[in-house]
Design a protein around this ligand. Structure first.
Ligand code: ADP
Ligand code: MG
Length: 326
């Protein structure tokens, strides 16, 4: 290979974020220089390659430090990365749900021990439930608890008109899941199957969903894979079996709704509030909507130059949310 060819191959592997390929091309370039009798240049290249290998090994082995590389190349518009700092304790969850999530965390944290005994930690989760019930937030909290990055798969970037391309990108995503440990969130995951009705190539979309399921089944990585959906009815029941855990979210019941409102209003005076009446007005509202209503009532108080929340303000904010969610 000529020097320019090496250069092209180097840049390509750099753009694709393929470090292994990058170093292998650099090695070839060093060998090429040696063959031309350019001993000093060849040695300089080998020294630099050794240095690069030492550094990347150091980065991978550094304990407790999170090194997150922005997805590059074909994955740039498919994966987005975050390092959330929220915890499960920041969420108001019914006890059963909190316990199931704690179980996932325990198995994740002890995965080495489990694997030594030939056991697999829970790592493929399906979250189902109404919008605003905390599914996306839970994925962030799991990532925060485990100190691993949260990679969100952007379905708009993944699903293209060309099904062959979509399937190829999906394979790349699972390649990343294998290579970089993290929480991988397929949010609003039903979109993978949702185009089924409007599309003229139903068969192709089925194939994409099927290839997702096959990739999911085959995956034996250390990453945590979370799929979340507001529309479980759009998914085949057969699909549920591919997950280690199916976790159902519900709208908050009255006691949880009260807890959510109280937590959200903790910095204000709420002594005057008619709780029994207000709690009766929370029915059918999601966690997100309750949070929003508390914020509206808080803003009313602040703008009125007060720290006191009134029942009227909160009640009207709740009714407004109810009207908006219809
Ligand atoms: N269980 C919860 N605890 C605390 N806040 C929540 C909870 N569920 C929802 N929220 C609030 O509602 C917002 C939207 O929730 P989200 O996780 O996006 O819902 P989903 O993904 O189920 O539609 C969150 O950013 C958060 O402010
Ligand atoms: Mg969501």
């Amino acid at each position: 290979m000529s020097t320019s060819r090496h250069m092209i191959a180097l840049l390509k592997s750099h753009l694709e974020g393929d470090d292994q390929e990058f170093l292998s091309v650099a090695m070839q370039a060093a060998a090429h220089e040696a063959r031309l009798g350019h001993g000093a240049i060849a040695q300089q290249l080998r020294d630099l390659i050794d240095e690069a290998k030492r550094r990347s090994a150091a980065v991978q082995n550094r304990p407790g430090q999170l090194v997150v590389l922005e997805p590059r190349g074909d994955l740039a518009n498919v994966l987005s990365v975050q390092t959330p700092s929220i915890r499960l304790a920041d969420m108001a969850l019914p006890d059963v749900l909190a316990e199931r999530l704690q179980r996932v965390l325990l198995e994740q944290r002890q995965q080495q021990r489990l694997r030594e005994h030939g056991l697999q930690p829970r790592r493929k989760l399906l979250f189902i439930g109404p919008p605003g019930s905390g599914k996306t937030m839970t994925a962030s909290a799991l990532s925060g608890e485990l100190h691993t990055p949260l990679f969100t798969i952007m379905l708009e970037g993944l699903i293209t008109k060309f099904m062959g391309e979509t399937a190829a990108k999906l394979r790349l995503v699972f390649e990343a899941i294998r290579q970089t440990r993290g929480v991988y969130l397929f949010d609003e995951f039903d979109a993978l199957g949702a185009h089924r009705n409007q599309s003229n190539d139903v068969g192709e979309i089925r194939r994409v969903l099927n290839s997702f399921l096959q990739l999911l089944e085959k995956d034996t990585s250390d990453s945590l894979i979370v799929a979340a959906t507001n529309h479980p009815e759009m998914l085949d029941r057969a699909l549920f079996r591919r997950f280690d855990d199916v976790i159902e979210y519900h709208l908050p019941d009255a006691p949880l709704a009260e807890e959510i409102l109280r937590r959200k209003l903790a910095l204000f005076e709420t002594g005057d509030l008619d709780w029994p009446r207000l709690v009766g007005e929370t029915e059918g509202l999601s966690h997100a909507e309750l949070a929003r209503a508390s914020e509206e009532a808080s803003k009313d108080a602040v703008l009125a130059g007060s720290t006191r929340i009134t029942s009227e303000a909160l009640s009207s904010a709740l009714r407004e949310r109810k009207a908006a969610s219809r």
